[in-house]
Design a protein around this ligand. Structure first.
Ligand code: PEP
Ligand code: CO
Length: 460
């Protein structure tokens, strides 16, 4: 029983969903070569007996929120690390990410004057698809790093050997992170009256921070005005935040999938929102089949090689009931391709009438290797892809539903450009990501201001 939050029988859906006709009969790409099937089975059995991380009712509420995005009445802000790490599940690191997300959300809500649905790429984003199964350094070949849920980043046989025990740690780190998020967002910290406090350790030396400070001043005045009028709505005192990650490791996701006693439907209780990555969205494939069987809102990454026919097939598979809020399409085309590729996809979906939320991931199509060897992204390319996304939707009369980005709350140097102008020679200073380069806090805020300006001004 998960609808009301009480514990449910272990392992039930674990076997049921994985049974005949389920994803286990299809090819599951990007799965680790676990050295020992027995240990994996013991771990997934243990996971199946652990409490859900999220509840079905919360997932349904998120579907409603995303339905509003689909109808053009709200926008989605989804973001966080490319790959969370176990070491990063600390109060300081989670708070910094939340601060950044809250600041971005304020900028977007104020600028675009529509509700902003907030989903963190956090509390479960521990597994990564890789373009190559192995990595070679100085003639030594080892399994590629697939995220902390699978193996360690350090380049040694010991660290790189997949260890199913890590799935349990991923669960526990997700629980700790989600608990912190729930406490921060409902325990007073996310109160809009804290709008200045989120900026405190940041404002002095940053153009983005100063710009934010001015906006926070305007919000303050608006709040004082409301209070003077006798209005003090509860909505301003907490924030609705949802968790998400790529549903990549199907044994893990399956073990956390439970039947909701209210409705008899299955939910993956590892996160509110799950997405299928660009590398695993093949049809028929195990990842799409897994996503079909759960009732959470789901997303699918849509890269530049996607044809309108592919996309319509995916939409039919993932949302046969054509329910608004169920399916979010996260396009990641690259700045150089989006204006050419996106229009025919949007037109095909519009002609079909399928309700989807269109969201732009301006990160994954714009990754390149700097001369120094660091994997990076140029902030201008990120903005350019966003610009293309808005142009296409404006031209076709469809709703640009929001953004999906990789950022961190720390002052890292992983993406070049931005108002603090990080050059490729600066990348070594604080290059800390376990996988793809993330926007730092000022770049993330810069981006939020640009996105906010891309929405039409509300008529007063
Ligand atoms: C990601 O979001 O980190 C990712 C791997 O994206 P994509 O599947 O779009 O390449
Ligand atoms: Co990434």
């Amino acid at each position: 029983m998960i609808g009301d939050g009480s514990p449910q029988p272990a392992g039930q859906v674990h076997d049921q969903l994985a049974g005949r006709g389920g994803w286990r009969e299809l090819v599951a790409s990007q799965q680790p070569d676990w050295p020992d099937a027995g240990t994996l089975a013991a771990v997934t059995a243990e996971l199946a007996g652990l409490p859900p991380l999220v509840f079905a009712g919360e997932c349904d509420l998120l579907s409603e929120r995303l339905a509003a995005v689909t109808r053009g009445e709200a926008i989605l802000l989804q973001g966080g690390d490319c790959a969370e790490t176990f070491a990063g599940a600390t109060a300081g690191s989670v708070r910094a990410k939340l601060q950044t997300l809250l600041q971005m959300a304020v900028v977007l809500t104020y600028g675009a004057s529509v509700p902003v649905v907030k989903i963190g790429r956090l509390a479960g984003q521990f597994a990564k698809p890789r373009s190559r199964p192995t990595e070679v350094r100085d003639g030594v070949e080892l399994p590629a790093y697939r995220g902390d849920a699978v193996n360690g980043l350090e380049f040694s046989v010991r660290a790189r050997t997949p260890d199913p025990g890590r799935l349990l740690r991923a669960y526990h780190c997700s629980a700790v992170t989600l608990n912190l998020c729930r406490a921060f967002t409902t325990g007073g910290y996310a109160d809009l009256r804290q709008v200045h406090a989120w900026n405190q350790d940041f404002v002095a030396d940053s153009p983005a921070g100063q710009r934010y400070e001015r906006l926070a001043g305007e919000i303050d005045r608006a709040l004082s005005f409301m209070r003077a009028c006798g209005a003090d709505p509860a909505e301003l005192r907490s924030v609705e935040l949802y968790s998400s990650h790529e549903a990549l490791l199907l044994d893990y996701e399956q073990a956390l999938t439970r039947i909701d006693s209210r409705t008899g439907r299955s939910y993956d209780t590892s996160a509110h929102f799950l997405w299928i990555g660009e590398r695993t969205r093949d049809l028929p494939g195990a990842h799409v089949e897994f996503a079909r069987a759960i009732s959470n809102p789901v997303g699918v990454k849509v890269g530049p090689g996607t044809t309108p026919a592919d996309l319509l097939d995916l939409i039919r598979a993932l949302n046969p009931a054509r329910a608004a809020g169920r399916l979010t399409l996260i396009t990641r085309m690259g700045a150089g391709r989006i204006r050419e590729v996106l229009p025919s996809l949007v037109q095909a979906v519009a002609a079909d009438g399928a309700p989807v939320a269109w969201v732009c991931d301006p990160m994954h199509g714009n990754t390149y290797e700097a001369p120094s060897g660091y994997k990076t992204r140029h902030f201008d390319d990120v903005l350019d892809e966003l610009g293309g996304f808005f142009e296409v939707h404006r031209r076709l009369g469809t709703h640009p539903g929001g953004i999906h980005i990789e950022f961190t709350g720390d002052n890292v140097t992983e993406c070049v450009g931005g108002s603090h102008e990080i050059s490729s020679g600066d990348l070594h200073q604080r290059y800390e990501t376990a996988c793809d380069p993330r926007l730092n806090r000022s770049q993330a805020l810069d981006l939020a201001f640009t996105v906010a300006e891309s929405y039409p001004r509300p008529r007063g």
